[in-house]
Design a protein around this ligand. Structure first.
Ligand SMILES: Nc1ncnc2c1ncn2[C@@H]1O[C@H](COP(=O)(O)OP(=O)(O)O)[C@@H](O)[C@H]1O
Ligand SMILES: N[C@@H](CCC(=O)OP(=O)(O)O)C(=O)O
Length: 376
């Protein structure tokens, strides 16, 4: 069943669990300080939704943008070490403001700082999921951000837009609301003459060809509209309706009013863990499948066995995401490797019986189990 705009609006208003993402530019001043009035206005809208029974997860950016001013920097620092230090200061300031603002409505907040690395492994993923579920059961508003101070540069999410769509999967949200500094998606950056506002996107994958988007323009944001559309796409293919609008429209958006841009889901909800594998982290290496294994993997229900692996590329540990490629180098799937890259060469081409006999029972497992594999 495809949703029309009214269905999306209604789904957002009726959402039992809703993930709301707010960008740095909506919470801070260009000087690198928090804008307390705007933060309080946002909290008022979220508290109203919570008081009507919604379980609200807030994904909030702003740690770096709120921390550089108090530390005496005139602009957002560009080197990673300073950004990480600034985020450690800004995150505390941000949470202090949220705690004070939500407490006026009798609501408690809980901080969740997350790294891509923490969550890619099955045990860690379930741990984050369990903590968030429990916080929501306790009536707490979880406030999520990337752990900017600790995330290593190569594997960070980098933008909270994508993180928010993944969070929506993780908490099995009924809706995702992306709040930024522009009132809607436009056919081109709104500063360009002739850019038209788009009220409804029935199929975000198809729409990507028709709009021109750019990176951030605010000086404090990171992803611009590119990552917001990516988030809307991840939500849509996860079966989650989404709305994109400006932070000042948070209240009306959550009440289902026709503000901003509504995105219809394009698929039924899939397994959240599989989506996480598909979108969360950049693969560290690749396993090259022979023709038989490639066919089996493409069929959608097979594990990748060492008997069908020709080559291992890159360095990774067991549990890391890897590409599964065919012999011509085309990506077939993403999956979590069951072994360290250095263990795999001795396993290549061997059947499960041979692995058990020559290397021991601990090697008699698929290189990538089908539950840990997503076709691309
Ligand atoms: N097609 C488009 N429609 C709307 N906004 C766009 C488009 N292309 C680029 N933008 C820009 O994206 C900006 C929002 O991204 P960003 O600054 O990263 O916000 P945030 O801090 O909320 O994540 C807007 O201010 C807008 O200028
Ligand atoms: N995690 C970073 C923000 C990353 C980010 O996505 O920023 P934005 O584009 O403003 O949503 C921070 O808190 O400063």
């Amino acid at each position: 069943m495809t949703m029309v705009e009214e269905d999306v609006r209604r789904a957002v208003a009726a959402a039992r669990t809703v993930v709301v993402k707010v960008g740095s530019s909506s919470l801070t001043k260009p000087s690198g300080h928090l804008d307390a009035a705007r933060l309080r206005a946002l909290v008022a809208a979220l508290a109203a939704a919570a008081q009507q029974g919604a379980r609200v997860v807030l994904v909030s950016s702003g740690a770096i943008a709120a921390g550089f001013g108090p530390l005496g920097f005139e602009a957002r620092p560009s080197d990673v070490a300073t950004q990480q230090a600034v985020a450690a200061v800004g995150q505390g300031l941000l949470m202090a403001q949220y705690e004070a603002a939500f407490s006026r409505y009798g609501l408690k907040v809980g901080q969740i700082l997350i790294t891509a690395e923490d969550t890619i492994r099955a045990t860690q993923y379930r741990n984050v999921q369990r903590t968030l579920d429990r916080l929501l059961d306790l009536g707490v508003v979880p406030i999520v951000n990337e752990n900017d101070s600790l995330a290593s540069n190569e594997i960070r999410f980098g933008d909270n837009d994508r993180l928010s769509a993944l969070m929506a999967n993780l908490v099995r949200a009924d809706a995702l609301v992306l709040l930024t500094d522009v009132d809607a998606l436009y056919t081109a950056p709104p500063s360009q003459p002739g850019a038209r506002r788009i009220g409804f996107v029935p199929d975000v994958v198809a729409a990507l060809d028709d709009v021109t988007v750019t990176g951030p323009t605010s000086g404090v944001g990171t992803g611009g509209m590119v990552t917001k559309l990516e988030a809307a796409r991840v939500a849509a293919v996860s079966g989650i309706p989404a709305v994109l609008t400006s932070a000042v429209n948070a209240g009306p958006a959550l009440m289902g009013d026709p503000v901003g841009t509504a995105f219809a889901p394009v698929k039924h909800r899939g397994s959240s863990r599989r989506l996480w594998i598909g979108f969360a982290a950049e693969p560290r290496g690749a396993l090259v499948a022979d023709a038989g294994a490639a066919k089996a993997v493409r069929g959608g229900r097979a594990s990748l066995l060492s008997a069908g692996v020709l080559e291992v590329r890159g360095e990774f540990s067991a549990g890391d995401p890897v590409w599964i490629d065919d012999e011509s180098g085309r990506h077939l799937a993403r999956g979590l490797s069951g072994f360290d890259s250095e263990e795999i060469p001795q396993m290549l081409g061997r059947t499960t019986t041979q692995l058990k006999r020559f290397l021991g029972a601990e090697y008699a497992h698929p290189v990538v189990h089908r539950d840990d594999l997503v076709l691309v």
